[in-house]
Write a protein that binds this ligand. Structure first.
Ligand code: GLA
Length: 386
């Protein structure tokens, strides 16, 4: 994701201004202690439009409030971490399926639409994948064999049960060229094609997704359009473009989001919004990329809402969610799923990235699992549209 310097400064000024003048305001909580039984189900309200999904942290499923909130509001689940290479295949020949199996058991027990995340990515992948026993980079054939073994084993294990796979994540870099990852450096740009072929061969019924961030940005949108066209010209099955949706108050412009959904739909694929959250904190750099390797120093002015989110900002966040959902509803024939990246604000990765230890408010439920204004805004919108 990228900001230009002007919009970044504007955002920073607005945020600091709001923070200063509202520092004495009350931070009233919406609908204090609303029980799950007393509120409408978000996924039911949108069931004629698209799935409403969330990322699931398997280790939290034992917490009954966590799991009951998922069951109540979401009809699609994505494994937040347990199917990533470093977790499921940490060493050569060693597969740890226990956590992924329990994610599957939860999802199947509750008849959820299941998303497997993620087969091939440059991040959260152990170094050994790219190295030989002496630490030297392996050659193309060895890496292709490893990729094949990994995809075949995992997709094969959950064949007919995982409905969609994020096959390749983030192959396009922030310069809109192929990212110079080890996958690319060692195999070459057909690594994306190979990953999709292997996934299709392992489960021909699964929907296959190309997933990436900053896709509203025109240059990155165009690069992904070219990539999908190239795959399609080779007869490779790509069913969905996954737009991650790690958005901000100032990014993207709505017209950019609209144009990208239209461009991907024109390719004959569906669009999935795969990792939606809205970062409301100031960003510490004028260059805003969603590269999870980024890290900056903490500074109080970059953490303005430690004592709670002022009502005025709850409204801003709610309106931003509504703006996005209005576009998703406009394209509901082309969008199969909108997945939030987590349940409650306290659990979001955005409290730790790109500055560890901030207090962020990017989701629909607060730290006590209470629905926020953003939640109620989406309820209202669904009702207006049905
Ligand atoms: C990327 C990945 C996700 C997750 C987020 C950050 O978007 O696809 O799995 O790691 O970064 O939480």
């Amino acid at each position: 994701m990228k900001f230009n310097i002007l919009s970044f400064r504007l955002f920073l000024n607005t945020t600091l201004f709001t923070c200063f003048f509202l520092s004495s305001c009350k931070f009233s909580k919406q609908n204090t202690d609303v029980g799950l039984d007393t509120i409408p189900s978000l996924s039911k309200l949108y069931e004629n439009d698209f799935y409403i999904g969330t990322a699931v942290s398997t280790s939290k499923l034992a917490d009954s409030t966590y799991s009951a909130t998922i069951v109540k509001h979401f009809n699609s689940v994505t494994a937040e971490n347990v199917m990533k290479w470093e977790k499921i295949h940490p060493q050569p020949g060693v597969y740890n399926f226990a956590a992924a199996d329990s994610f599957m058991a939860f999802a199947e027990k509750n008849n959820m639409h299941i998303v497997g995340h993620v087969l091939v990515w440059h991040s959260q992948t152990p170094d050994w994948v790219f190295q030989d026993a002496k630490g030297k980079l392996v050659n193309r054939d060895t890496l292709l064999n490893r990729m094949h073994d990994h995809i075949n084993t995992i997709v094969g294990r959950y064949k007919g049960r995982v409905h969609c796979w994020d096959v390749v994540n983030e192959a396009i870099g922030d310069d809109s060229e192929m990212r110079k990852s080890q996958w690319y450096n060692i195999i070459g740009d057909d690594y994306v094609q190979k990953a999709f072929e292997y996934a299709h061969n392992a489960d021909s019924s699964a929907m296959l997704i190309y997933n990436d961030y900053s896709l509203p940005t025109a240059s990155k949108r165009n690069a992904v359009v070219q990539l999908i066209k190239k795959l399609q010209s080779k007869g490779i099955k790509v069913d969905r473009v996954g737009m991650q949706g790690h958005y901000h108050l100032d990014y993207p412009f709505l017209y950019e989001l609209d144009s990208s959904i239209a461009a991907f739909a024109n390719l004959g694929v569906k669009v999935s919004i795969t990792e939606l959250d809205i970062n409301i904190l100031p960003f510490p750099s004028e260059k805003f990329d969603a590269d999870i390797g980024m890290k900056f120093e903490m500074n109080d002015s970059l953490n303005p809402y430690v004592n709670g989110l002022p009502d005025s900002m709850q409204v801003v966040l709610a309106n931003r969610y509504a703006d996005f959902f209005n576009i998703f509803l406009k394209y509901k024939e082309n969008i199969d799923r909108v997945t939030l990246w987590g349940i409650n604000d306290g659990q979001s990765w955005l409290n730790y990235w790109p500055i560890p230890g901030r207090t962020n408010y990017p989701l629909l439920f607060d730290r006590e699992y209470q629905p926020k204004q953003a939640f109620w805004k989406l309820v209202e919108l669904a009702k207006e549209n049905n």
